[in-house]
Design a protein around this ligand. Sequence first.
Ligand code: SAM
Length: 315
Amino acid sequence: MEDGHLPVLVDEVMTMLAPAPGSLQIDATLGGGGHAERILEASTPDGRLLGLDADPAAIARVGQRLGPRFGDRLVLRQANFRELAEVAPAAGFGLVDGLLFDLGLSSFQLADRDRGFGIRTGGPLDMRFDPSRGLPASELLASLDALELTALFRRYGEEPQAARIARAIVAARGSAPITTAEELSELIVRVAPGSSPGRRRIHPATRVFQALRIAVNAELDALAEALTAAVDLLRPGGRLVVLSYHSLEDRIVKRFFQAERRGCVCPPSLPVCVCGRSPRLRLVTRPSLTPSAAEIAANPRARSARLRAAERLAA
Ligand SMILES: C[S@@+](CC[C@H](N)C(=O)[O-])C[C@H]1O[C@@H](n2cnc3c(N)ncnc32)[C@H](O)[C@@H]1O
């Protein structure tokens, strides 16, 4: 087990994937390699795992930690999972038995003050999983106008004080750019200090940080694309397991699973099916699994986790 990041719902993930010797598995979000390690152990002696992460630091860390132990049973690629349809077959994983997505960010990323993910870490406000691609969060804060920032905080953070925070950002950057996580969180605490009574107490900047991270990494688009690719890669009987950490992600997963379970995507107004699509998934978790109180006590990051799993049907 990786000390820096405890894998969430790991026993449940293992039950769902049931990785057998000789099987091929993909961990699309390698992180600290906690789930990957358990999958490789369970599929001893010859199961193979392709581990992807957009973050080159995750790939390097897991390569060092698990590479010597598992040799060529572990294949690592630095890639965004939205490229799964190309990356997996190119790595020899064209038809697989299991696929895991453990969304969001790892404890390593959260703790790294140079990445800007953590509200209290104080480093440059970057938030890119892959620091070589796209724009850092500080650029978004510098370039979007107040209306665009409001829409972003509402859409991806469901932030009730979005307009007030956006206006304060635009006013503040008139005198100096906002470049660190600390500057942003202090500004939010100043202009929108409290959550309303009765709400779960979270740091006032939590929703804005989530919104920026989702926007910077185009997380929801990537997820939607990757889920479709994942079903294409699964052999009949293969399992797709997704751990999500907030309602925006979970909604995408839930709707995708439901659509693939139904098959037909014709509008209800049509008297007969014209799309010709048949169901490709059977739901394994109905409705979903969440961590026990004991897991949450041991690993507070698991608090908001929700696991959904589905099985590929024969074509
Ligand atoms: C919650 S962590 C995974 C932890 C891992 N399951 C473990 O047990 O250590 C999520 C990881 O997914 C990666 N990630 C997030 N979005 C990604 C994407 N679109 N493509 C590839 N990797 C992504 C992040 O960089 C992060 O390392």
